[in-house]
Design a protein around this ligand. Structure first.
Ligand code: NOJ
Length: 557
């Protein structure tokens, strides 16, 4: 049986502050807006909020470019507002996680500015500076957001590394003094009463810098950088040290944005692992090719999706803990990704929710997912506000797509699809803001998809209540994950088992009806996204996109 922990029993709700609730009429969400909406999060049943970055930032990457780790950006409010958010949430029994972005800072951070001013100062060692090759960058690595990963300083032959945008210079974790500064920041926030962190791009902190020209893998003559900056040998020393000096001193919950190969899972999330859990990208990036270029989507199948989910669930049966999620601020809306357009409806939306909310691990819900929010069609690339989207759009055009084709790719995959303002009600700007201009357009479908009278929301509330109920919580949280392989290709089904108590989750990912033979003893449908679920002669009858949760072995309450 798994060891218990408070964060294993939690349900996390991710808030993208710019788009959640505007309280001061400037068209941008803020901390007071979040405080005003805490009752909504509580009513949903979530007990932890993951707050995307609200630190001081020039916002080139919407806050993932931090200029000051100790203060809140005025766009979001004041430091006092942040204290109040932690306190108010605490009163409702809701804990707060912040985003920890320590692979890079903003180029406007004081450390970077001082490093540029005086290359002999200690700050020069905080970043990754290298001489070029006669004015050319040290190598031809492509940054994740496109273009060279090296930026030249003025007219000199000196360059700095940026794995992401050029306004996000990478920190040099080899420097002990820098590491101490980072631990000080983490402890500052944990001492304030934060419950933990979601940790950004942490697999990238160890770099294996190499000079030379590597075989290009794109029209731009550059090559994918991941092989030299992802989970490099020696990273474990940094992660271990960070854990010992910060998280372990508090009872923190940590969820790392880290693509961890199976052989490293034990070190990352095992008994004495560096983190509580890591996000698995394999099924959320199922439509993205290995090169990472999402303008060339893959042809994935439901069967592959099932295999990927089962693979990562089986791993956490024996090692560590999972963080299942359907959506986040870097993903388009899940319904547009996983379900063909003509089948998008409340059944398919709730089926996806049912599939994910019952997996083993701490579920993460991204704002608006619980409403069944959908991707947005923008008229022009100028309507977007995301560096990754601009990069993919221009790469698509460079690869020969017409502007219309490139815009269609962006419609399917842009991160801005999930960053449009939260749809609260049918009033102006979906109740998000009084302003005449919101920072990103409100999806015009808000008149029909919003938090008032919403069947998807009701389903999420029910399934969270089931997760938390005295009768089923133990099995839903701690039960073993057991895959059911013997199904038709478009059905995903699994069991959760604990001490002779069984739950089965079955999802029919197709517009056709089908039947599935049940193991003996399963006869009670606990929750379904349809009325009147039918089990007859040991078989369950499934309608299009039906999701059913069935129980056996529980004593009636
Ligand atoms: C991952 C974050 O989730 C994403 O939004 C950001 O652009 C990059 N890391 C860089 O910090």
């Amino acid at each position: 049986m798994d060891k218990t922990a408070w964060w294993k029993e939690a349900v996390v709700y991710e808030i993208y502050p710019k788009s959640f609730q505007d309280s001061n009429g400037d068209g941008i969400g803020d901390l007071r807006g979040i405080i005003d909406r805490l009752a909504y999060v509580k009513a949903l049943g979530a007990d932890v909020i993951w707050l995307c970055p609200v630190y001081k930032s020039p916002m080139c990457d919407n806050g993932y470019d931090i200029a000051d780790y100790y203060h809140v950006d005025p766009m979001f409010g004041s430091d006092e507002d942040m204290d109040e958010l932690i306190a108010e949430a605490g009163r409702l029994g809701i804990k707060i996680l912040m985003d920890l972005v320590v692979n890079h800072t903003s180029d406007e951070h004081e450390w970077f500015q001082k490093a540029l001013e005086d290359p002999c100062s200690k700050y020069a060692d905080y970043y990754v500076f290298r001489d070029g090759r006669d004015g050319e960058p040290p190598n031809n690595w492509r940054s994740y957001f496109g273009g060279s990963a090296w930026e030249r300083i003025g007219d000199s032959n000196r360059f700095y590394l940026h794995i992401f945008d050029k306004k996000q210079p990478d920190l040099n974790w080899e420097c002990e003094e820098l590491r101490k500064e980072i631990y000080k920041i983490i402890n500052y926030w944990l001492d304030k009463g934060l419950a933990g962190f979601r940790i950004d791009a942490i697999s990238n902190i160890k770099k294996n810098i190499r000079y030379g020209t590597f075989p290009p893998d794109g029209e731009d003559g550059l090559c994918y950088i991941g092989d030299w900056v992802l989970n490099q040998p020696g990273i474990e020393n940094f992660l271990q040290e960070m854990n010992e000096r910060t998280f372990m001193l508090h009872d923190s919950m940590t969820v790392a944005e880290a693509n961890v190969p199976d052989e490293l899972l034990d070190k990352f999330i095992g008994e004495n692992g560096f983190f509580s859990m890591v996000f698995d990208f394999s099924y959320t990036d199922i439509d993205v090719p290995e090169s990472g270029e999402w303008y060339q989507p893959t042809n994935w199948t439901v069967k592959e999706m099932r295999e990927k989910i089962f693979h990562s669930q089986m791993a956490v049966n024996s090692i560590g803990w999972a963080a299942p999620y359907l959506e986040n601020h870097d993903q388009p809306r899940s319904i547009n990704k996983y379900i063909p357009r003509q089948y998008i409806n409340d059944y398919s939306k709730t089926m996806l929710g049912g599939l994910f909310m019952m997996l083993k691990g701490t579920p993460f819900i991204y704002q608006g997912e619980e409403l069944g929010m959908e991707n947005i069609r923008m008229d022009s690339i100028r309507d977007y506000d995301d560096i990754a989207t601009f990069n993919q759009y221009s790469r698509a055009v460079m690869a020969g797509m017409t502007e219309e084709e490139a815009l269609n790719v962006v419609y399917l995959r842009s991160r801005d699809n999930s960053r449009t303002p939260m749809q609260w009600d049918t009033s102006k700007n979906a109740g998000f803001s009084d302003s005449d201009h919101t920072w990103l357009k409100v999806n015009p479908n808000y008149l029909s998809i919003n938090a008032e009278h919403n069947a998807v929301l009701e389903f999420y509330k029910k399934i969270i209540a089931l997760r938390k109920s005295t009768q089923y919580a133990d099995v839903v949280v701690y039960g073993r994950f057991v895959p059911i392989e013997n199904t038709v290709d478009n059905v995903i089904a699994y069991e959760r088992i604990q001490d002779e108590r069984y739950l089965m989750v079955i999802c029919n990912f197709q517009p056709e009806e089908c039947e599935m033979l049940l193991h003996s003893g399963y006869s009670k449908i606990l929750l379904s996204n349809y009325e009147n679920g039918r089990i007859e002669d040991g078989k369950i009858h499934l309608r299009p996109f039906e999701c059913a949760i069935i129980a056996k072995g529980f004593t009636p309450s």
